[in-house]
Design a binder for this molecule. Structure first.
Ligand SMILES: Cc1cc2nc3c(=O)[nH]c(=O)nc-3n(C[C@H](O)[C@H](O)[C@H](O)COP(=O)(O)OP(=O)(O)OC[C@H]3O[C@@H](n4cnc5c(N)ncnc54)[C@H](O)[C@@H]3O)c2cc1C
Length: 551
């Protein structure tokens, strides 16, 4: 087993991870940055549309605060939102200092694209940060998949994982920053990178942390549904001449806003449209039609991005469907990005608190920028403090090494054997997630989902890791199944509709009974769910440090 040591370990190399790593290194610490694939790539950040919401000369902090809380429908963590709003303009400045090209826009900033460029804004955003990494002392470990956090004597001491070539790796670290992103790819229909399967949530749950509000998933209405093409988001803005219709030729945009500017209506009613389209897709295909768009419009982003494809987007209508986009729930943090596990910090989509029941567009990248920097700074302070009190690094004891050697053997042990390919089980899991916990949910299908998931979980137990690929697929399956169980159970218990969460059988928001956050944690190996009233949470967070609020 390869053994490594560092002051700060950063898990995940999207925007949150990159910024945490750069910040901690600037504080003079040894930093190790890992990602499932190439650093910066295979991340949702690299797919992003490059929109940051933050106060500027045209958009006040008060307006940003109001819009964020309105979107969150009473479920945001107000203390975190305030820090976020206040620090967002400085975080944007810091990004510019790193060389990220950002232009001011009405409610914030956007990645500046050279005229006519069809590069995705996310790639333009990540590239200068990767250049910075090259000039830094940060050690990069691409292709290392973290399987577990290492916890000794009540604090995090590092992490364990496997390289893609199957070599196990134990990393000792004074502090760890979890920035492993969200989980959109557990859904059959999603616009995320394939590897974004909720590992961060699973790592945190298994480490005994409480997660909140996992039932709140944001869906995007227009994701490419053509069978042989990858399912990417059709990026806004949408040209005014596009059409959306079903198999019968009925105009679906009529239902949304028959008169106004349809592109604007889509952005303001993004979630309603996802629900309408999800229902429409149950009855047949839905088509997006760009054939009436004038020739000149194809020279500009985002249409010039589509134009590069071999698929004849200009010549014929094509299939679209809504798809999972973003997770509002996640790991509980305080204003310093510290979790309730000493030494563990979190930032980015894996974290909970800013968005409440729905995320305001542009707040995800801004959150990564703000809490990535805070996480890096806080972890550096924590590691320095450890050094002062505990002195130089002591390697892991023999006992700890033996424990992880046993764990490696258990991961590689051949199971009883099954004829199921892990790939097929993952497909079933994703189908189930889409059918039962998509944009429209109801008691009957949620219960059915739990039954079917129980049988899928038994089959995962028996996956025979015949190849190296199966070792990773099995972990993907375990993580995905844990998360889906949480979403199914949490959705069954929330009997109302709020933000992105829509229960067909309880279509109204119910503040009387449901102004609550859902808390998920593992107790004696079982997933437990409790609820915390908003007043309880505010009180507990005003105490010094973050207390566990779940009862
Ligand atoms: C198509 C699309 C467009 C978007 N556009 C915008 C936008 O314009 N504005 C906006 O605000 N938001 C946007 N979002 C949302 C936003 O892009 C994401 O929320 C944000 O980029 C997440 O960043 P992150 O650093 O938290 O995670 P990611 O960028 O997803 O990175 C996660 C990292 O964790 C690593 N990882 C995961 N599990 C493990 C493991 N077990 N071991 C090791 N590494 C691991 C991954 O390999 C990856 O490096 C968009 C999202 C999508 C999908």
């Amino acid at each position: 087993m390869e053994e490594l040591s560092t002051d700060i370990l950063v898990i995940g190399s999207g925007l949150a991870g990159l910024l945490s790593a750069l910040k901690a290194e600037r504080a003079g610490l040894r930093v190790l940055l890992v990602g499932k694939f190439a650093i910066g790539m295979g991340t949702n950040t690299s797919l992003a549309n490059g929109v940051f919401t933050a106060a500027n000369s045209r958009f006040s902090e008060e307006a940003h605060l109001r819009a964020t809380l309105e979107s969150g429908r009473g479920l945001n963590q107000v203390n975190l939102v305030k820090v976020f709003i206040e620090k967002a303009p400085d975080a944007i400045k810091e990004l510019r200092d790193y060389g990220v090209p950002l232009l001011g826009r009405d409610t914030g900033f956007t990645v500046d694209r050279p005229k006519g460029s069809s590069q995705l804004p996310g790639v333009l955003l990540i590239r200068p940060l990767i250049e910075r990494l090259r000039d830094s002392s940060i050690k990069l470990l691409p292709g290392l998949v973290i399987f577990d956090l290492v916890i000794e004597e009540g604090e995090v001491r590092g992490a364990f994982g496997f390289f893609r070539d199957g070599k196990p790796c134990l990393i000792q670290s004074r502090a760890v920053i979890l920035s492993a992103g969200g989980a959109g790819a557990i859904y059959r229909r999603n616009d995320n990178q394939r590897s974004i399967l909720g590992d961060g949530y699973a790592l945190a749950l298994r480490a005994g942390l409480s997660l909140f509000d996992l039932e709140f998933v944001q869906f995007s209405p227009f994701v490419l549904g053509e069978p042989r093409l990858s399912s990417f988001l059709l990026y806004p803005p949408y040209p005014k001449d596009f059409r959306l219709f079903n198999e019968k030729g009925e105009d679906l945009l009529e239902k949304l806003n028959p008169r106004g500017d349809s592109s604007r209506a889509i952005l303001t009613q993004w979630d309603r449209l996802s629900v309408v389209l999800y229902d429409a897709c149950q009855d047949g295909d839905v088509f997006f039609d760009l054939t009436q768009v004038p020739e000149g419009a194809w020279e500009d982003y985002p249409l010039n991005f589509l134009k590069k494809s071999k698929f004849p987007f200009r010549d014929r209508p094509f299939l679209v469907s809504p798809a999972a986009h973003f997770f509002m729930g996640g790991v509980e943090l305080d204003e310093k990005a510290a979790t309730s596990l000493p030494g563990l910090f979190a930032a980015g989509e894996v974290a909970w608190g800013i968005h409440g029941a729905n995320r305001l567009g542009g707040n995800a990248l801004a959150e990564c920028a703000v809490f990535g920097a805070i996480g890096g700074q806080s972890a550096a302070e924590y590691a320095r403090q450890k050094e002062r009190t505990q002195g130089p690094f002591r390697p892991f004891s023999e006992n700890v090494i033996k424990k992880w050697d046993r764990k490696v053997r258990s991961y590689l042990r051949k199971r009883r054997g099954t004829f199921d390919q892990p790939r097929d089980i993952l497909k079933e899991l994703k189908n189930l997630a889409w059918r039962c916990t998509g944009p429209v949910r109801e008691e009957g299908s949620l219960k059915e989902g739990l039954d079917r998931l129980a049988s899928i979980r038994r089959r995962i137990e028996e996956v025979y890791p015949a190849t190296l690929g199966d070792l990773f697929k099995r972990r993907d399956l375990e993580n995905g199944a844990l998360l889906l169980k949480a979403i199914l159970e949490g959705s069954l218990l929330r009997r109302e509709s709020r933000g992105t969460f829509f229960r067909k059988d309880f279509p109204d928001q119910d503040d009387q009974n449901w102004l609550k956050n859902t808390c998920y944690h593992i107790e004696k190996g079982e997933l437990r769910i409790t609820h915390t009233e908003k007043t309880q949470i505010s009180k507990s967070l005003s105490a010094p440090g973050l207390q566990r609020v779940a009862k």
